[in-house]
Design a protein around this ligand. Sequence first.
Ligand SMILES: CCCCC/C=C\C/C=C\C/C=C/C(=O)SCCNC(=O)CCNC(=O)[C@H](O)C(C)(C)COP(=O)(O)OP(=O)(O)OC[C@H]1O[C@@H](n2cnc3c(N)ncnc32)[C@H](O)[C@@H]1OP(=O)(O)O
Length: 280
Amino acid sequence: MAQDLVDGLLIKARSHLPPPSEPLGKLSKRDRKGVAVIKLKNPPVNSLSLEVLTEFVISLEKLENDKTFRGVIVTSDCPGIFSAGLDLTEMCGKSQAHYAEFWRAVQELWLRLYLSNLVLIAAINGVSPAGGCLISLTCDYRVLADNPKYNIGLNETLLGVVAPSWFKDTLVNTVGHRTAERALQLGLLFPPAEALRVGMVDQVVPEDQVHSTALSVMAQWLAVPDHARQLTKSLMRKPTADRLVKQRDADIQYFLQFVSRDSIQKSLRMYLDKLRQKKG
Ligand SMILES: CCCCC/C=C\C/C=C\C/C=C/C(=O)SCCNC(=O)CCNC(=O)[C@H](O)C(C)(C)COP(=O)(O)OP(=O)(O)OC[C@H]1O[C@@H](n2cnc3c(N)ncnc32)[C@H](O)[C@@H]1OP(=O)(O)O
Protein backbone atom coordinates (compact mmCIF):
# COMPACT_ATOMS: atom_id res chain seq x y z
CA MET A 1 0.00 0.00 0.00
CA ALA A 2 1.16 3.48 -0.82
CA GLN A 3 0.75 4.66 2.79
CA ASP A 4 3.30 2.12 3.92
CA LEU A 5 5.93 4.19 2.18
CA VAL A 6 5.41 7.11 4.45
CA ASP A 7 6.98 8.05 7.71
CA GLY A 8 5.70 10.86 9.88
CA LEU A 9 7.30 14.05 11.06
CA LEU A 10 5.15 16.71 12.60
CA ILE A 11 6.18 20.31 13.00
CA LYS A 12 4.35 21.98 15.83
CA ALA A 13 4.58 25.34 17.48
CA ARG A 14 5.68 25.02 21.07
CA SER A 15 2.60 26.82 22.37
CA HIS A 16 0.43 24.07 20.95
CA LEU A 17 2.52 21.22 22.19
CA PRO A 18 1.17 18.87 24.82
CA PRO A 19 3.57 17.96 27.66
CA PRO A 20 7.09 19.43 27.49
CA SER A 21 8.50 15.91 27.71
CA GLU A 22 7.44 15.28 24.13
CA PRO A 23 10.02 16.21 21.49
CA LEU A 24 9.15 19.26 19.39
CA GLY A 25 9.51 17.52 16.05
CA LYS A 26 8.85 13.82 15.96
CA LEU A 27 11.01 11.78 13.70
CA SER A 28 10.11 8.15 13.58
CA LYS A 29 12.50 5.77 11.89
CA ARG A 30 9.96 3.06 11.14
CA ASP A 31 10.00 3.86 7.48
CA ARG A 32 12.01 1.57 5.22
CA LYS A 33 11.45 3.22 1.90
CA GLY A 34 13.00 6.56 2.69
CA VAL A 35 10.04 8.94 2.38
CA ALA A 36 9.13 11.25 5.26
CA VAL A 37 6.14 13.54 5.62
CA ILE A 38 6.49 16.98 7.13
CA LYS A 39 3.09 18.14 8.29
CA LEU A 40 2.91 21.77 9.30
CA LYS A 41 0.85 22.13 12.42
CA ASN A 42 0.60 25.59 13.88
CA PRO A 43 -3.12 26.28 14.29
CA PRO A 44 -5.17 28.13 13.39
CA VAL A 45 -3.50 29.06 10.07
CA ASN A 46 0.00 27.52 10.01
CA SER A 47 1.63 30.94 10.08
CA LEU A 48 5.39 30.73 9.90
CA SER A 49 6.52 32.07 13.26
CA LEU A 50 10.16 32.21 14.28
CA GLU A 51 9.61 29.02 16.23
CA VAL A 52 8.01 27.14 13.33
CA LEU A 53 10.74 28.32 10.93
CA THR A 54 13.43 27.16 13.33
CA GLU A 55 11.77 23.82 13.93
CA PHE A 56 11.28 23.29 10.20
CA VAL A 57 15.00 23.85 9.57
CA ILE A 58 15.98 21.45 12.37
CA SER A 59 13.65 18.77 11.03
CA LEU A 60 14.99 19.14 7.51
CA GLU A 61 18.56 18.99 8.75
CA LYS A 62 17.79 15.75 10.61
CA LEU A 63 16.30 14.24 7.48
CA GLU A 64 19.20 15.41 5.29
CA ASN A 65 21.66 13.80 7.69
CA ASP A 66 19.74 10.55 7.97
CA LYS A 67 20.71 8.64 4.88
CA THR A 68 17.65 6.38 5.13
CA PHE A 69 15.56 9.30 3.85
CA ARG A 70 15.57 10.27 0.17
CA GLY A 71 12.36 12.25 -0.13
CA VAL A 72 9.97 14.42 1.86
CA ILE A 73 6.33 15.27 1.29
CA VAL A 74 5.52 18.71 2.68
CA THR A 75 1.89 19.15 3.66
CA SER A 76 -0.41 20.65 6.28
CA ASP A 77 -2.21 19.34 9.31
CA CYS A 78 -4.53 22.40 9.43
CA PRO A 79 -7.74 21.73 7.50
CA GLY A 80 -8.08 24.00 4.47
CA ILE A 81 -4.86 25.89 5.07
CA PHE A 82 -1.45 24.90 3.76
CA SER A 83 0.15 27.97 5.35
CA ALA A 84 -0.93 31.59 5.81
CA GLY A 85 2.68 32.61 5.15
CA LEU A 86 5.03 34.49 7.40
CA ASP A 87 3.65 35.26 10.82
CA LEU A 88 2.72 38.92 10.56
CA THR A 89 2.92 39.39 14.32
CA GLU A 90 6.67 38.69 14.05
CA MET A 91 7.01 41.72 11.80
CA CYS A 92 4.91 44.17 13.81
CA GLY A 93 5.99 46.23 16.80
CA LYS A 94 9.05 44.15 17.61
CA SER A 95 12.68 45.12 18.20
CA GLN A 96 15.34 45.41 15.49
CA ALA A 97 17.10 42.40 17.00
CA HIS A 98 13.90 40.39 16.72
CA TYR A 99 13.35 41.39 13.08
CA ALA A 100 16.94 40.40 12.29
CA GLU A 101 16.57 37.01 13.96
CA PHE A 102 13.25 36.39 12.25
CA TRP A 103 14.53 37.33 8.82
CA ARG A 104 17.66 35.17 9.17
CA ALA A 105 15.34 32.24 10.01
CA VAL A 106 13.26 32.95 6.88
CA GLN A 107 16.43 33.02 4.78
CA GLU A 108 17.71 29.83 6.39
CA LEU A 109 14.53 27.88 5.71
CA TRP A 110 14.44 29.05 2.08
CA LEU A 111 18.08 28.08 1.53
CA ARG A 112 17.62 24.66 3.18
CA LEU A 113 14.51 23.89 1.18
CA TYR A 114 15.68 25.30 -2.12
CA LEU A 115 19.02 23.46 -2.06
CA SER A 116 17.84 20.30 -0.36
CA ASN A 117 19.38 17.07 -1.62
CA LEU A 118 16.11 15.33 -0.81
CA VAL A 119 13.26 15.13 -3.28
CA LEU A 120 10.66 17.56 -1.95
CA ILE A 121 7.04 17.21 -3.05
CA ALA A 122 4.46 19.74 -1.87
CA ALA A 123 1.05 18.21 -1.20
CA ILE A 124 -0.88 21.48 -1.02
CA ASN A 125 -4.08 20.79 0.86
CA GLY A 126 -5.19 24.34 1.52
CA VAL A 127 -4.81 28.01 0.77
CA SER A 128 -1.18 29.15 0.48
CA PRO A 129 -0.49 32.86 0.23
CA ALA A 130 2.95 34.52 0.28
CA GLY A 131 5.37 32.58 2.50
CA GLY A 132 3.09 29.53 2.22
CA CYS A 133 3.37 29.68 -1.54
CA LEU A 134 7.12 30.21 -1.25
CA ILE A 135 7.54 26.97 0.67
CA SER A 136 5.75 25.07 -2.06
CA LEU A 137 7.79 26.82 -4.76
CA THR A 138 11.02 25.55 -3.20
CA CYS A 139 9.80 21.99 -3.66
CA ASP A 140 10.61 19.92 -6.74
CA TYR A 141 6.95 19.28 -7.57
CA ARG A 142 3.61 20.72 -6.43
CA VAL A 143 0.30 18.85 -6.21
CA LEU A 144 -2.64 21.11 -5.35
CA ALA A 145 -6.07 20.00 -4.11
CA ASP A 146 -8.86 21.00 -6.45
CA ASN A 147 -10.86 23.30 -4.20
CA PRO A 148 -11.80 26.79 -5.42
CA LYS A 149 -10.88 28.21 -1.99
CA TYR A 150 -7.29 26.99 -2.23
CA ASN A 151 -5.67 30.05 -3.75
CA ILE A 152 -1.92 30.19 -4.13
CA GLY A 153 0.45 33.03 -4.93
CA LEU A 154 2.74 35.77 -3.70
CA ASN A 155 0.26 38.44 -2.56
CA GLU A 156 2.77 40.66 -0.71
CA THR A 157 1.87 43.85 -2.59
CA LEU A 158 -1.70 43.60 -1.30
CA LEU A 159 -0.30 43.89 2.22
CA GLY A 160 1.70 46.96 1.18
CA VAL A 161 4.99 45.06 1.34
CA VAL A 162 7.34 43.76 -1.32
CA ALA A 163 8.34 40.17 -2.07
CA PRO A 164 12.13 40.11 -1.59
CA SER A 165 14.33 39.42 -4.62
CA TRP A 166 14.82 35.76 -3.71
CA PHE A 167 11.06 35.20 -3.37
CA LYS A 168 10.79 36.82 -6.81
CA ASP A 169 13.60 34.66 -8.23
CA THR A 170 11.93 31.49 -6.96
CA LEU A 171 8.70 32.46 -8.71
CA VAL A 172 10.44 33.51 -11.94
CA ASN A 173 12.30 30.18 -12.02
CA THR A 174 8.95 28.40 -11.75
CA VAL A 175 6.53 30.33 -13.96
CA GLY A 176 8.76 32.55 -16.11
CA HIS A 177 9.42 36.27 -16.08
CA ARG A 178 6.24 37.72 -17.57
CA THR A 179 3.83 35.64 -15.49
CA ALA A 180 5.87 36.38 -12.37
CA GLU A 181 5.99 40.10 -13.07
CA ARG A 182 2.22 40.33 -13.45
CA ALA A 183 1.53 38.04 -10.50
CA LEU A 184 3.92 39.91 -8.20
CA GLN A 185 2.81 43.43 -9.08
CA LEU A 186 -0.87 42.56 -8.73
CA GLY A 187 -0.34 40.27 -5.73
CA LEU A 188 -2.32 37.59 -7.54
CA LEU A 189 -3.63 34.57 -5.68
CA PHE A 190 -4.46 31.90 -8.26
CA PRO A 191 -7.31 29.41 -7.87
CA PRO A 192 -6.29 25.83 -8.75
CA ALA A 193 -7.12 25.81 -12.48
CA GLU A 194 -5.30 29.11 -13.03
CA ALA A 195 -2.35 28.01 -10.89
CA LEU A 196 -2.02 24.95 -13.11
CA ARG A 197 -2.36 26.98 -16.30
CA VAL A 198 0.47 29.37 -15.37
CA GLY A 199 2.70 26.57 -14.05
CA MET A 200 2.63 27.60 -10.40
CA VAL A 201 1.62 24.02 -9.57
CA ASP A 202 2.33 20.86 -11.54
CA GLN A 203 -0.88 18.97 -10.90
CA VAL A 204 -4.37 19.64 -9.57
CA VAL A 205 -6.19 16.60 -8.21
CA PRO A 206 -9.32 15.91 -6.15
CA GLU A 207 -8.72 16.75 -2.51
CA ASP A 208 -8.80 13.13 -1.34
CA GLN A 209 -6.08 12.22 -3.84
CA VAL A 210 -3.47 14.82 -2.96
CA HIS A 211 -1.47 12.56 -0.69
CA SER A 212 -1.59 9.45 -2.89
CA THR A 213 -0.66 11.54 -5.94
CA ALA A 214 2.28 13.04 -4.07
CA LEU A 215 3.41 9.51 -3.23
CA SER A 216 3.17 8.34 -6.84
CA VAL A 217 5.10 11.38 -8.02
CA MET A 218 7.69 10.73 -5.34
CA ALA A 219 8.19 7.18 -6.60
CA GLN A 220 8.85 8.54 -10.08
CA TRP A 221 11.45 11.05 -8.81
CA LEU A 222 13.11 8.45 -6.59
CA ALA A 223 13.55 6.15 -9.57
CA VAL A 224 16.31 8.51 -10.75
CA PRO A 225 19.77 7.87 -9.25
CA ASP A 226 20.25 10.34 -6.36
CA HIS A 227 23.69 11.63 -7.36
CA ALA A 228 22.62 12.55 -10.90
CA ARG A 229 19.36 14.16 -9.77
CA GLN A 230 21.01 16.06 -6.93
CA LEU A 231 23.77 17.46 -9.12
CA THR A 232 21.23 18.50 -11.73
CA LYS A 233 19.11 20.21 -9.07
CA SER A 234 22.16 22.04 -7.83
CA LEU A 235 23.06 23.14 -11.37
CA MET A 236 19.58 24.57 -11.79
CA ARG A 237 19.22 26.22 -8.38
CA LYS A 238 22.63 27.12 -6.95
CA PRO A 239 23.12 30.32 -8.96
CA THR A 240 19.83 31.66 -7.57
CA ALA A 241 20.64 30.60 -4.01
CA ASP A 242 24.17 32.00 -4.24
CA ARG A 243 22.79 35.45 -4.91
CA LEU A 244 21.31 35.44 -1.40
CA VAL A 245 24.20 33.58 0.23
CA LYS A 246 26.62 36.29 -0.98
CA GLN A 247 24.60 39.06 0.64
CA ARG A 248 22.68 37.59 3.54
CA ASP A 249 23.66 40.32 6.00
CA ALA A 250 22.88 43.09 3.52
CA ASP A 251 19.51 41.44 2.85
CA ILE A 252 18.78 41.44 6.59
CA GLN A 253 19.73 45.11 6.86
CA TYR A 254 17.49 45.87 3.90
CA PHE A 255 14.61 44.03 5.56
CA LEU A 256 15.22 45.86 8.87
CA GLN A 257 15.13 49.25 7.19
CA PHE A 258 12.04 48.34 5.21
CA VAL A 259 10.00 46.73 7.96
CA SER A 260 10.86 49.43 10.51
CA ARG A 261 9.39 52.22 8.41
CA ASP A 262 6.32 53.78 9.97
CA SER A 263 4.41 53.39 6.71
CA ILE A 264 5.16 49.63 6.53
CA GLN A 265 4.31 49.08 10.18
CA LYS A 266 1.05 50.91 9.58
CA SER A 267 0.23 48.78 6.51
CA LEU A 268 0.96 45.53 8.37
CA ARG A 269 -1.09 46.58 11.39
CA MET A 270 -4.02 47.57 9.19
CA TYR A 271 -3.84 44.23 7.37
CA LEU A 272 -3.76 42.29 10.64
CA ASP A 273 -6.66 44.35 12.01
CA LYS A 274 -8.64 43.61 8.86
CA LEU A 275 -8.03 39.88 9.32
CA ARG A 276 -9.06 40.06 12.97
CA GLN A 277 -12.18 42.13 12.27
CA LYS A 278 -13.34 39.70 9.58
CA LYS A 279 -14.91 37.55 12.29
CA GLY A 280 -16.69 40.24 14.27
C1 LIG B 1 12.38 45.93 -1.58
C2 LIG B 1 12.37 45.63 -0.12
C3 LIG B 1 12.13 44.17 0.18
C4 LIG B 1 12.46 43.88 1.57
C5 LIG B 1 11.54 42.86 2.12
C6 LIG B 1 10.61 43.45 3.04
C7 LIG B 1 9.41 43.01 3.38
C8 LIG B 1 8.80 41.80 2.89
C9 LIG B 1 8.39 41.04 4.04
C10 LIG B 1 7.79 39.92 4.01
C11 LIG B 1 7.19 39.19 2.91
C12 LIG B 1 5.91 38.65 3.42
C13 LIG B 1 5.60 37.37 3.35
C14 LIG B 1 4.39 36.83 3.98
O1 LIG B 1 4.19 35.65 3.98
S1 LIG B 1 3.27 37.90 4.72
C15 LIG B 1 1.85 36.94 5.12
C16 LIG B 1 0.87 36.95 3.99
N1 LIG B 1 -0.26 36.16 4.33
C17 LIG B 1 -1.51 36.50 4.04
O2 LIG B 1 -1.78 37.48 3.42
C18 LIG B 1 -2.60 35.58 4.55
C19 LIG B 1 -3.40 36.25 5.62
N2 LIG B 1 -4.40 35.34 6.14
C20 LIG B 1 -5.54 35.03 5.48
O3 LIG B 1 -5.79 35.45 4.38
C21 LIG B 1 -6.49 34.13 6.20
O4 LIG B 1 -6.16 34.11 7.55
C22 LIG B 1 -6.48 32.68 5.66
C23 LIG B 1 -5.08 32.09 5.63
C24 LIG B 1 -7.12 32.64 4.26
C25 LIG B 1 -7.34 31.80 6.63
O5 LIG B 1 -8.63 32.37 6.76
P1 LIG B 1 -9.55 31.94 7.98
O6 LIG B 1 -10.85 32.64 7.78
O7 LIG B 1 -9.57 30.46 8.10
O8 LIG B 1 -8.80 32.44 9.28
P2 LIG B 1 -8.72 33.95 9.84
O9 LIG B 1 -8.47 34.89 8.73
O10 LIG B 1 -9.91 34.20 10.70
O11 LIG B 1 -7.39 33.88 10.72
C26 LIG B 1 -7.37 33.21 11.97
C27 LIG B 1 -6.40 33.93 12.87
O12 LIG B 1 -5.10 33.85 12.29
C28 LIG B 1 -4.55 35.17 12.14
N3 LIG B 1 -3.67 35.17 10.94
C29 LIG B 1 -4.01 34.89 9.69
N4 LIG B 1 -2.94 34.96 8.87
C30 LIG B 1 -1.91 35.32 9.66
C31 LIG B 1 -0.52 35.57 9.40
N5 LIG B 1 0.04 35.45 8.18
N6 LIG B 1 0.27 35.92 10.45
C32 LIG B 1 -0.25 36.05 11.69
N7 LIG B 1 -1.56 35.82 11.99
C33 LIG B 1 -2.37 35.46 10.98
C34 LIG B 1 -5.76 36.06 11.99
O13 LIG B 1 -5.43 37.38 12.29
C35 LIG B 1 -6.70 35.42 12.98
O14 LIG B 1 -6.28 35.85 14.26
P3 LIG B 1 -7.31 36.06 15.46
O15 LIG B 1 -6.49 36.66 16.54
O16 LIG B 1 -8.37 37.00 14.95
O17 LIG B 1 -7.82 34.69 15.76
